[in-house]
Design a protein. Structure first.
Length: 428
């Protein structure tokens, strides 16, 4: 069925568009964008007072399938994505088995297609079993459809191996998404190292654990000319290093996550394990620097690092609790409240970071844009919806979010994937 999105405020940075307009969808494609478009039999949806965005792309999601379907699946994660306004997600390679050969890549595409919710792409592992020892068959993983390479969560400590991986990745134009953490510095740490970790008696992760790896990976990007994408930037020093690297035209991009600009290490007080995440929540200074980095273009993307964990893995002593928090269902309202509402970003910049730039970095053709001819992936955001985050309302199989109890302003009202309405009026 064709669809006419009527009278919304359309934000499409790829077309320099930020004004009232209609969007006409024919089949799986955007057919036209402009004023006073005729329905000609298309289902008309009134979008007055709403923001119409190119479908959001989360370039850092853990969907846990295969292996940890007790935490999340393509179906539950897909529903969470739709509810959050995401039309595409890139899932990380730290599954069980890891995405370290073409069969697992093929399994992910075949199995996620059955869920038929959002577009699901996968990362391929850099090393076999994410062990940081032996490179995977990168060419085969690429041919099977992986959009990036990463051992996320398991940093590649061997710099020579990372250099080699970058050389191979370059042959296929794949970025390596680097989880920057020097394990010899972060060892056993469970939160940001500082006054609060000392007060709580918890072992800290020094900020240097991230910074030294960012320095290394910038050098390796320069040495190899290959594409490095720094995952979940959490410190002000990383932002500055990446800013300077970009000035030198080094081939580097990066992302941050909503929790790094909305929360600080204070959230851990009271030993809230839902605030345990890797890299850890940092300080107000870091959050401010991240906002500046987003505003001036140093930080290319906002990703969720949606990391589902069961109650059994979270409802235990802080030291032993799993790291990570879910984020698909809270990301867009947090961006709206903390960045757009506080004039850190315009809607157009937000669309760049949550749709256009991820599409560019991952080379997803037809995505990230509402230009005629693009895939009809669209997110319609309602500014008026207000809701309190409650575990019972979350689509994600896991409920580990530190935002439980928080009132969120704004929410996706409509999520369209490939021209089909997959989420509308609160229902997937
Ligand atoms: O907190 C995290 N959780 N950080 C990561 O890098 C991995 C993730 C997970 O897979 O749970």
């Amino acid at each position: 069925m064709d669809i006419l999105l009527k009278g919304g405020h359309v934000v499409d940075p790829s077309a320099d568009l930020d004004s009232a307009a209609d969007v006409l969808i024919k089949g799986a494609t955007v057919a036209d964008v402009g004023r006073s478009l005729k329905a000609n039999g298309a289902k008309t949806i009134d979008c007055k007072g709403r923001i119409v965005l190119p479908g959001l792309i989360d370039m850092h999601t853990h969907l846990r399938q295969p292996g940890r379907e007790d935490e999340e699946t393509f179906i539950t994660g897909g529903k969470a994505a739709l509810k959050g306004g995401f039309t595409s997600v890139l899932c990380m390679a730290n599954t069980n088995p890891a995405v370290d050969n073409k069969s697992v890549v093929e399994y992910i595409y075949a199995e996620s297609a059955k869920a038929d919710l959002v577009n699901i792409y996968t990362v391929g592992a850099v090393t076999k079993g994410l062990e940081g020892k032996e490179l995977t068959e990168i060419g085969q993983i690429f041919e099977a459809g992986a959009k990036a390479l990463s051992d996320d969560g398991r940093p590649i400590m061997d710099a020579e191996l990372m250099r080699c991986a970058l050389e191979y990745a370059k042959m296929f134009g794949l970025p390596i998404i680097s989880h920057c953490e020097d394990l010899s510095l972060s060892r056993n740490g469970v939160m940001n190292e500082g006054f609060i970790s000392t007060k709580l008696g918890l072992k800290g992760v020094p900020r240097a654990a991230e910074i030294v790896m960012v320095v290394r990976d910038i050098e390796l990007a320069q040495l190899t000319g290959s594409r490095v994408h720094i995952a979940h930037v959490s410190t002000k020093e990383s932002v500055e290093l990446i800013r300077q690297a970009k000035k030198k035209k080094i081939n580097i991009t990066c992302e941050t996550c909503p929790h790094y600009f909305t929360l600080t290490e204070e959230a851990v007080s009271g030993f809230n394990t839902n605030a345990k995440v890797n890299p850890p929540l940092r300080t107000t200074d870091d959050a401010e620097a991240i906002k500046k980095g987003l505003a001036d273009g140093t930080i290319d993307a906002i990703a969720t690092d949606h990391a589902p964990h069961t109650e059994e893995e979270k409802d235990i002593e802080f030291d032993f609790a799993a790291s990570g928090m879910i984020g698909l269902e809270t990301a867009l309202p947090l961006v709206y409240m903390e960045l757009i509402g506080k004039k850190v970003l315009s809607w157009s910049q937000a669309a760049e970071k949550m749709s256009l730039n991820p599409a560019k970095i991952l080379r997803l053709s037809g995505k990230g844009s509402l230009k005629p001819g693009s895939d009809a992936d669209v997110t319609v955001f309602d500014l008026e919806i207000k809701r309190v985050v409650e575990a019972k309302d979350l689509e994600s199989k896991s409920k580990n979010t530190p935002f439980i109890g928080k009132t969120l302003n704004g929410a996706a009202a409509l999520t369209i994937v490939g021209g089909k309405i997959k989420f509308e009026g609160g229902v997937v």
